[in-house]
Design a protein around this ligand. Structure first.
Ligand code: SAM
Length: 385
């Protein structure tokens, strides 16, 4: 089967590597997605194990249409009873690029009409629509006059691991946090510190990775479970195999935040997933922070500054740079932010730079190596210019 795993722009290579590790064939990174080939088993495994995929699509038809009449006709020609029946609910999720079809909602509605009419004509009844939690999710992708219709095997986006109640203000997407850990080459032997942990996304993704717990382990529902060919035995075998590989390594994963509310949310998340032995969180302002261990990795996601004055956010990032330089010698520090101007004011030279997307928001993910004298080297370079 030809399949397509969707992700955020910037994580395509990371996802391709994950797919390779799972045994996928003919892996081809695209923009915001990776195409690959595999069987039903790989489709199930992918939904359970891929940390940087948002969903996995199974394309069922592609065609060209230049207007809505042609679109309706093409969709009507396909035999939808292969995937749906009147007892199931469905929804069409559509995205359109190009000048011909400007309103993705509208092409989605036309597609839905064509499917519903086919059932009504054949059976006198029709399957119901449920946009919140459909049994069968249909994905429609349009570029110019080229349409691809796929079954979405995941349903709800795979970033919804189930540990977050969304009370915290500016959480990182779970898929992005998992991708950052992979880009940073974090492994469970390296002590990890997130000094502005918010709801604890980075900590949670790290602990699940360390224990080899699949990211979708706590999820009850995937769209493929409503497909007529769902193989329950195979799914249970895959889950059992995963469970046998759970590990209990000694890890140091520490979070801090200036907000007590954030600390409580992060602690609650770790309790809910029984990761409170691995994750320790406390209240602290970064200005007063001392290293919780001798050397290791920092990954942090400071505020971007939407609620602060421009000068204040620059000062805030300068403070981050100063604290890192003065107190965190020996650490590798990774910072993600969408405020590029503020990032430049950290006052350290990045050793590695990545552009990643937190949904539609462009962010920079930079690595700083905090060795003795890193500030002096930077000053020398500046004065030599
Ligand atoms: C963008 S949010 C981090 C979100 C987090 N990555 C998550 O997934 O929920 C930034 C966090 O920095 C915290 N913060 C702001 N100023 C701080 C400071 N001086 N010291 C420590 N934490 C701070 C905020 O309370 C907030 O939780």
């Amino acid at each position: 089967m030809k399949l397509l795993a969707k992700t955020f722009h910037g994580l395509e290579e990371v996802l391709a590597e994950e797919l390779f590790q799972l045994g996928a064939k003919n892996i081809e990174p695209k923009k915001r997605a990776v195409a690959f080939e595999g069987d039903k088993e790989l489709l199930y495994r992918g939904n359970l194990h891929l940390r940087t995929a948002l969903r996995i699509l199974l394309p069922v038809m592609s065609f060209r249409a230049r207007n809505e009449r042609e679109l309706y006709k093409k969709v009507s020609e396909y035999n939808w009873s292969k995937h749906l029946d009147n007892s199931k609910t469905f929804a069409v999720d559509s995205v359109a690029f190009g000048d011909i079809f400007k309103h993705s909602r509208y092409v989605g509605l036309k597609t839905k009409d064509a499917i519903v009419d086919q059932f009504r004509e054949k059976t006198g009844k029709r399957p119901s629509i449920d946009v919140e939690a459909p049994d069968v999710s249909i994905n429609l992708h349009v570029t110019g006059d080229r349409f691809t219709i796929s079954l979405d095997s995941s349903g709800e986006s795979l970033h919804r691991r189930g540990y977050r109640d969304n009370r915290h203000k500016a959480p990182l997407n779970e898929v992005l946090a998992a991708g950052m850990l992979k880009i940073a080459k974090w492994d469970p032997e390296i002590p990890l510190f997130d000094p502005m942990c918010g709801s604890g996304t980075i900590l949670m993704e790290a602990a699940m990775y360390a224990k080899n717990i699949p990211p979708a382990w706590h999820r009850k529902k995937f769209s493929f479970m409503s497909w007529p060919d769902f193989d329950k035995e195979l799914w249970e075998k895959i889950r059992k195999e995963a469970e046998e590989k759970f590990e209990s390594p000694r890890v140091t994963i520490i979070g801090a935040d200036v907000s007590m509310q954030a600390v409580d949310i992060a602690k609650q998340a770790s309790l809910e997933f029984r990761l409170n032995r691995e994750i320790k969180v406390s209240k602290a302002a970064f200005e007063n922070q001392t290293p919780p261990f001798k050397a290791g990795m920092i990954i942090m996601n400071p505020p971007y500054g939407e609620r602060l004055q421009k000068d204040d956010i620059i000062e805030f990032y300068k403070m981050i740079g100063t604290v890192l330089k003065r107190r965190f010698t020996g650490f590798d520090a990774w910072i993600i932010s969408s405020n590029f101007n503020a990032m430049k004011n950290i006052g350290l030279k990045p050793a590695e730079k990545y552009t990643l997307f937190n949904g539609p928001l462009e962010t920079k993910f930079w690595k700083f190596k905090l060795y003795e004298g890193s500030m002096k080297i930077k000053k020398q370079r500046v004065t030599n210019k």
